[in-house]
Design a protein around this ligand. Structure first.
Ligand code: FE2
Length: 291
């Protein structure tokens, strides 16, 4: 609890920092488990990302690209008709978008991430899904609208690539209208158990570490199975072009949009302290409710 309270003290300062504030970025990340960087991308950069990523998304929807980049399935729409599913994901998007390829190698991001993952950290580009463009929408055709409480480490507690830093580049600002990230500041320091109990009935793989976190202090309360409130949680509202860095042990979830027509689009990449050679990608072992 003390950690959470001191984390809230840091929150009063800022979780959104400028690229020039490298020391503060590191301090915030280590203290809270996450930090947002504002000012790496200008409006033109965001427009380029949006243009290239939506073009790739349309090509996936039209079936013009190999399955490596994503697929669109037929599902039932709100009118009860079979319709082509909305394409929520474009995988390996850095191969299709030069703007996406560039932003993830931004020197400031690498300088920050190497401070806490070490100089030999490896990019998730080489993982099964690579870097991914994600478009969350609340409609029935959409397979991604929200995601339940989890830490990223829980997606593969049997692998040795941890810790990691997830990098999320926001194309849309976030709010209750289009959905937003919920986090528990300081929860990366708790010894969070592998998700032996989960809503998907997923079996924790053999060889999983019993817990993941930076101390052996157990969480003060169990991680909720779904979307329930967690003491100390905060909402993270971001603007277009903001880059969020979050730790693999941080408790987080994503709230569903309250406006039916809203969209929440971002690009997701990351870096691992260890090799991603045996990584099968977050989502292979899924314990949280994404839909
Ligand atoms: Fe996550």
């Amino acid at each position: 609890m003390t950690d959470t309270i001191s984390g809230l003290g840091a929150l009063r300062t800022s979780v959104v920092l400028a690229p020039s504030q490298l020391d503060e970025i590191e301090a915030c990340y280590r203290s809270l488990g996450f930090v947002a960087v504002r000012g790496l991308l200008d409006e033109e950069d965001v427009a380029s990302l949006e243009r290239e990523c939506t073009a790739a998304q349309e090509r996936v929807a039209a079936g013009e690209l190999p399955e490596r980049y994503g697929t669109a399935e037929l599902v039932e729409n709100d009118a009860g008709e079979k319709a082509r599913a909305f394409v929520n994901y474009v995988t390996h998007v850095t191969e299709l978008s030069p703007a996406a390829d560039a932003i993830f190698d931004h020197p400031l991001l690498l300088a920050a991430i190497r401070r806490w993952l070490g100089p030999e950290c490896t990019s998730a580009r080489g993982g099964r899904f690579g870097y991914v463009y994600q478009d969350a929408r609340p409609s029935k055709e959409s397979s991604y609208s929200r995601i339940g409480w989890h830490s990223d480490w829980q997606s593969a507690p049997h692998l040795s690539m941890w810790p990691s830093t997830a990098v999320t580049v926001h194309l849309d600002g976030t709010s209750p209208a289009n959905g937003f990230l919920r986090v528990v500041p300081g929860s990366h320091r708790w010894a969070t158990p592998a998700p032996y109990e989960n809503v998907n009935g997923a079996v924790v793989p053999d060889g999983a570490a019993p817990w993941g976190g930076y101390t052996d202090e157990p969480p003060p309360h169990p991680m909720p199975l779904g979307f329930e409130a967690v003491p100390g949680e905060v909402a993270v509202y971001l603007e277009p072009g903001d880059v969020l860095l979050h730790d693999c042990y941080l408790w987080h979830s994503a709230a569903r949009a309250t406006v039916d027509s809203a969209r929440r689009r971002h690009l997701r990449g990351g870096w691992f302290a260890g090799s991603v050679a045996d990584q099968h990608g977050e989502g292979d072992f899924v314990k949280n409710a994404a839909r």
